[in-house]
Design a protein around this ligand. Structure first.
Ligand SMILES: Cc1ncc(COP(=O)(O)O)c(C=O)c1O
Length: 370
């Protein structure tokens, strides 16, 4: 039996079948990226000018996709213990009669998705489950990606299933899936120009987001940057981009087991530092290991780790309140104190790297607090 890689179009079919097996979803539409999925769903559903609820600490690209679709983003605060939104934190949005909600399993930690879905059902709100960070996980006893009217996965660089680029829309609604396919067919195809733009934007955002809270004039840059880089929200991929995805999905179980073992190492070897991780409900997976550090130590610890060449340590995700205020100044501000607090206290330790690198990270964290 040979182990040749599958051909281009066969890779797409194989990957889609694996995603169907993983989630039980009937329809899988592979996407240029998950954000394109959000944009397409909101367009198809005709939610222009309607409110769409997103976690206040989700990825900025979700905010961009909502704005690009013509909907109004509403930031929902989080539970500080879990980093995720809950039906309680959603209550503030009810008077706005939202059209859709995009709950996310932040960091791979399962959100209370059954309760969120029930809330949405009660209020006739469409659910797009953001499972970009939870591929292969379980939430409330079901696979992440199987909840909601539709869900999204991401296979971008640094994600659990890292295909360097790509995403998927998952749904059981055949007509919706066909509409998403139709919309995707009209998108520009990924090319060198988009790759260049992506590199530029990643570097710019990495630099800017760190200072946006302390220097409000940085926020003046976001509207022109959004115009300059909005083409990055929606594109489709050539078939060749999917060649590695079946294998990455094949390795998912081992990949998640490694991450869980590395997280257990952090749990075991960092018990006595003045920092805590977030709650990890049953079925959670770990994209990165989230650590809440006292605000006065956060930046010092990060600097210390980076100076020790531990550059895989990051500070995701920033509160979206600054960027939203800059890009949609006409929308009323929302109070999201817990997301704002997590923004200034979170660091993420890597779990995808080898055990030796985890031990180096642990030693460096311990040295900092010693
Ligand atoms: C929480 C979250 N949601 C959605 C996305 C969008 O994924 P993609 O980059 O594939 O568009 C990302 C990643 O960028 C993310 O981190």
């Amino acid at each position: 039996m040979s182990h040749r890689k599958p051909r281009r179009s066969a890779s797409k079919l194989l990957a889609s079948q694996k995603l169907r097996d993983l989630t039980g979803r009937q329809h899988i539409v592979l996407a240029g990226r998950a954000a394109a999925g959000i944009w397409s769903l909101l367009r198809i559903l005709g939610f222009q000018d309607r409110w769409v609820l997103i976690p206040a600490n989700t990825c900025y690209i979700v905010l961009w996709a909502v704005l690009h679709s013509g909907s109004k983003p509403f930031l929902v605060d989080i539970d500080p213990q879990t980093g995720n939104i809950t039906p309680d934190t959603l209550a503030a949005a009810l008077p706005y009669q939202p059209a859709a909600i995009i709950p996310c399993h932040m960091y791979g930690l399962s959100a209370p998705i059954a309760d969120l879905y029930a809330w949405a059902r009660d209020h006739a709100v469409f659910v797009i489950e953001d499972a970009t960070l939870a591929v292969g996980g379980q939430a409330d006893g079901q696979p992440a990606g199987s909840w909601g009217d539709a869900s999204i996965f991401s296979f971008g660089q640094g994600k659990l299933v890292d295909n360097d680029i790509g995403g998927a829309v998952l749904t059981d609604d055949q007509r919706l899936a066909a509409e998403v396919e139709r919309l995707f067919a009209g998108l520009p195809t990924w090319d060198n120009h988009l790759a260049d733009l992506t590199d530029q934007w990643n570097q710019i955002y990495w630099a800017l987001h760190q200072y946006e809270a302390e220097n409000p004039r940085i926020l003046e840059l976001y509207p022109p940057l959004f115009e300059m880089f909005r083409d990055l929200i929606c594109y489709r991929l050539p078939d060749a981009s999917w060649l590695g995805l079946p294998e990455a999905l094949q390795n998912l179980t081992a990949n998640l087991q490694h991450r869980a073992r590395m997280a257990a190492l952090y749990d075991r070897m960092l018990p006595d530092i003045p920092a805590q991780t977030l709650d990890r409900p049953a079925g959670s997976v770990l994209w990165r290991y989230p650590l809440r550090v006292p605000v006065e130590h956060r930046n010092g610890l990060l600097r210390h780790l980076w100076q020790n060449n531990l550059t895989e340590v990051t500070r995701w995700y920033p509160s979206l309140r600054y960027m939203r205020a800059a890009l949609a100044p006409h929308l009323p501000p929302q109070d999201t104190p817990h997301a704002d607090r997590l923004d200034v206290s979170i660091i993420n330790l890597p779990v995808h790297v080898k055990r030796a690198a985890i031990l180096r990270t642990i030693n460096a964290v311990r040295r900092y607090f010693a």
